[in-house]
Each structure stands twice: as C-alpha cells, then as structure tokens.
Design a protein around this ligand. Structure first.
Ligand code: SF4
Ligand code: SF4
Length: 296
C-alpha cells in the first residue's frame, strides 16, 4: 500500500513531453499502431503466445478476395492472403481490433476459436514484402539500441516507455534520412521529399528536423555517458558520509583508488552538468559530495 500514489509517476514537466513523444510523434511517424508494433516491450512475448492462441480472425466461404480487409488493417497484416491460405489470420501483429471484420462487404470474417497457428503445416508460407533490407534492419537495430541507452534516464528524467518512443522515432528518422540521400525518389505521407534526384523543400525541412532530432539524441548520449561514469565512480568510493562530512580531516580513510574515483567522478559529473540542457537533480548532490571530499 502507498499513501502517495502519484509519487510513482513522472512529474508534469515530464508527462507533457512523454505524451507528445509517445502519444503523438510515434503515431505520426510510425502509424496508428507504430508504438505497439515497434516499441512495446510486451509485444515480443505476446507475439509468441499468439502462436498458441486458438482465438483468431477467421473466414467463411463468402470471401471473394476483394482485399478491403488488407487495405483497412493498420497493423500491415495481409488479411485476404492469410485467410485464403490458412482460413484465419496467423500474423502475430494482428491485434484483434476487428477493423477488417467490420469492413468486409461480404461479412466473411469473424472472431472464432479453432486450431492455433502453431499446428498449421509450415510449408507454403506467405511471401511477405518487407520495407527494410537486411543491412537496414541491422543498422536500425543498432541505432535503436544506442538511442535507447542514450535517452533512458538521462537527467534522471526520461522514463522507460518515453525512451522507447524516442528510440523508435530516432531509428525511423535515421533510416529515412539515409534513404533520402541514397534514392532518387522519396515521399513521406503526401509530402514529396525528393524527386528526380533533387531535394524538394519538404525534403530539406525533413532533413533539418531529422538532423536536429538525431543531434539532440547524440547530445543526450554524451550527457548519459558522463552521468553514468560519474555515478559509477561515486558508488565506488568507500567513505561513509559521517566521515566525509565530519569536521575532521577524512584524508586518512581515503585509499588511492578512492582518490582516483573522486577525480574521475568529479570530472565526469562536471562535464555532464556543463553540457547539460536540464539540471539533473540526482547528479548534483553527488557532485557536491565529491567536491567536498576532493578538498582533502
Ligand atoms: S474484405 Fe472480406 S471478402 Fe474482401 S478479401 Fe477480406 S475477407 Fe474476403
Ligand atoms: S483484427 Fe485488426 S489488426 Fe487483426 S487483421 Fe483485422 S484489422 Fe488487422
């Protein structure tokens, strides 16, 4: 039990950018279910569980393969092809939102129970078209990981889900920017970013925005690097507060490795606070403590 329930949530100053990033930007850049598809940490687990699930979107013989269902699905499921081949939707990306069911002009789709996908024969798998090549997938994975590590907990402010949202957007922008400079034609929604090998005005706006966003991410990474090393050096000093803050000179309790950690910790936390865009309320007391003991 807790009497201070709201203490477990981020402050308003964090909640507003959190909603902006996770509620607006991820939807704008990655589609209605972008966060669920690319960033939700539970998605990987549910994806596996879905293979065992008997509850599926299933089809009746009334289907005439018109494709309305696939066009409607915002989870990029090839509904018409899957129901034709398997008699049900087997893609674990299906969120059972029932959009396809309600749009089918022949009332051919329904949610029902039956054989789970794991029991289906593995032959004749549906050939899917992926929007990324293998090298892009790998680069995207590395960018996502680096961005997540850079943003998570920076300034002791950014919570886990917000870091996932930021990392997802950074990955999308990086890959799109990469394509902007490599392909001759590129569009984003109704905006023509590049045509006939020439960057359009929308393309310049996109490139500038992407560079600012990626630059801020890299800056967060630098701050996080200094905060992490400063915090680790602080943890490694074996000097109780009672001694450090007593009037007596605590120098004789400081080992040579303690002194090294004091120098390193002070340097890293100083660098972090000098470069920072926001105050880290957890790092400042550590820096003050390190500066106090550094005098001896
Ligand atoms: S919308 Fe209905 S009829 Fe058309 S392909 Fe999908 S399931 Fe078949
Ligand atoms: S239920 Fe929703 S997510 Fe699943 S296939 Fe139909 S439209 Fe797509």
């Amino acid at each position: 039990m807790t009497t201070n329930f709201w203490q477990t949530f981020p402050s308003v100053a964090v909640a507003i950018p959190f909603l902006f990033v996770c509620g607006f930007m991820t939807v704008y850049f990655l589609g209605q279910k972008g966060f669920c598809t690319y960033a939700c940490p539970y998605g990987g687990f549910f994806g596996l569980a879905d293979k065992l699930s008997p509850g599926k979107i299933r089809v009746t013989p009334a289907c005439n393969q018109c494709g309305h269902c696939t066009a409607t699905c915002t989870s990029n499921v090839l509904v018409h092809a899957e129901v034709k081949q398997y008699g049900m939707v087997v893609d674990p990306g299906c969120m059972k939102c029932m959009d396809c069911v309600s749009v089918c002009p022949n009332d051919a789709l329904y949610f029902g129970f039956g054989k789970p996908p794991i029991l289906l024969p593995r032959s004749d798998a549906i050939k899917r078209n992926y929007s990324l090549t293998w090298p892009e997938e790998i680069v995207g994975g590395l960018v996502f990981f680096g961005s997540f590590m850079a943003v998570r907990g920076v300034y002791a402010l950014v919570p886990f889900l917000m870091a996932l949202g930021c990392a997802t957007i950074t990955t999308f922008l990086t890959l799109k920017l990469w394509r902007l400079f490599r392909t001759k034609e590129l569009s984003f929604y109704r905006f023509n970013l590049k045509s006939a090998g020439k960057l359009r005005r929308a393309g310049w706006v996109f490139a500038i925005f992407a560079c600012i966003w990626i630059g801020l991410n890299a800056h967060s990474g630098l701050i996080r690097y200094h905060e992490f090393l400063g915090g680790r050096a602080f943890q490694r000093i074996h000097l109780p507060d009672e001694l450090a803050l007593a009037q007596l000179n605590p120098a004789r309790w400081l080992s040579s490795s303690d002194r090294d950690n004091i120098v390193q910790g002070t340097g890293h936390l100083h660098a972090a606070s000098k470069l920072a865009l926001f105050v880290n309320s957890e790092a400042l007391p550590k820096l003050a403590w390190l500066e106090t003991v550094a005098r001896f």
